[in-house]
Design a protein around this ligand. Structure first.
Ligand code: DXP
Ligand SMILES: NCC(=O)COP(=O)(O)O
Length: 246
């Protein structure tokens, strides 16, 4: 069997900041989490600067910009404020996500097809700032096609519906949707990433898909790290992904 290319892990550190913001203290510091995650093998650090600043703060973005040895994947809404911040800090990657203040976490993918002009403008603006744009989209071929039309080089397929599926039939259906979306993305010449809700139990099925380049995983790794430490939590996720890829 020809081994497919290695799959990369972007570690999302949002929820270290959630714990910090819970009391407004200076600890735990997501900066330390990022450094430890990189030392444990993270191929990149993902952070979501939300409009409501519920966890990651702009200070975190600024410090990590100077500290990271791997790459920064800055997740953000498609707003003038966030585009200006991305132009200021120039992360290697910028993942455009939908955002609603009342949401508990990201609920769905970005509707690229329904706002193609606006998303295309954002992609052009970020490319001019030297940032590689990724669009966080549902496993929907129509959204994949729209992402290609918007000239985004990367898409990140939302795996939350697969992760949240409560029965095997639903999980298989959501998984098949992801398979189709990944195939569509490759056919469109896009880099295809995936993320949201992935954990130590469900990651292998997604990591085994040979055309996926990168997984962005945060909540499950941070939860595990609370008990086993970051080195072990990131290392175990990398091992599961490597084994799944073969
Ligand atoms: C886009 C995505 O799936 C997540 O990275 C998102 O950032 C989750 O938002 P919270 O980190 O606020 O749960
Ligand atoms: N884009 C997905 C991400 O960065 C992490 O999502 P989660 O693992 O915290 O659900």
């Amino acid at each position: 069997m020809i081994a497919s290319h290695a799959i990369l892990l972007g570690v999302n550190i949002d929820h270290v900041a959630t714990l910090r913001q819970a009391r407004g203290t200076r600890y735990p510091d997501p900066i330390q989490a990022a450094i430890e995650a990189e030392q444990a093998g993270a191929d990149g650090i993902t952070l979501h600067l939300r409009e409501d600043r519920r966890h990651i703060q702009e200070r975190d973005v600024a410090l990590l910009r100077d500290i990271l040895l791997s790459k920064m994947n800055l997740e953000m809404a498609v707003t003038g404020e966030m585009l200006a911040i991305a132009e200021q800090y120039r992360p290697e990657d910028c993942c455009l996500v939908p955002e609603r203040r009342e949401e508990l976490t990201t609920e769905g993918g970005l509707d690229v097809a329904g706002q193609l002009g606006r998303i295309t403008e954002a992609c052009v603006r970020l490319k001019e700032a030297g940032t590689r744009v990724s669009l966080f989209i549902d496993a929907d071929p129509r959204q994949v096609e729209a992402a290609a039309q918007a000239r985004a080089p990367v898409v990140e397929i939302h795996t939350g519906h697969f992760a949240d599926a409560r029965d095997e039939q639903r999980r298989r259906k959501e998984f098949q949707r992801i398979v189709e979306a990944v195939k569509k993305g490759r056919e469109a010449g896009l880099q295809v990433n995936a993320g949201h809700g992935l954990n130590y139990q469900n990651v292998a099925a997604i990591a085994a898909l040979p055309d996926i380049v990168e997984l962005n995983i945060g909540h499950a790794i941070m939860a595990r790290a609370l008990f086993t430490g970051m080195q072990s939590a990131v290392g175990e996720m990398k091992r599961l992904m490597r084994e799944a890829r073969g």
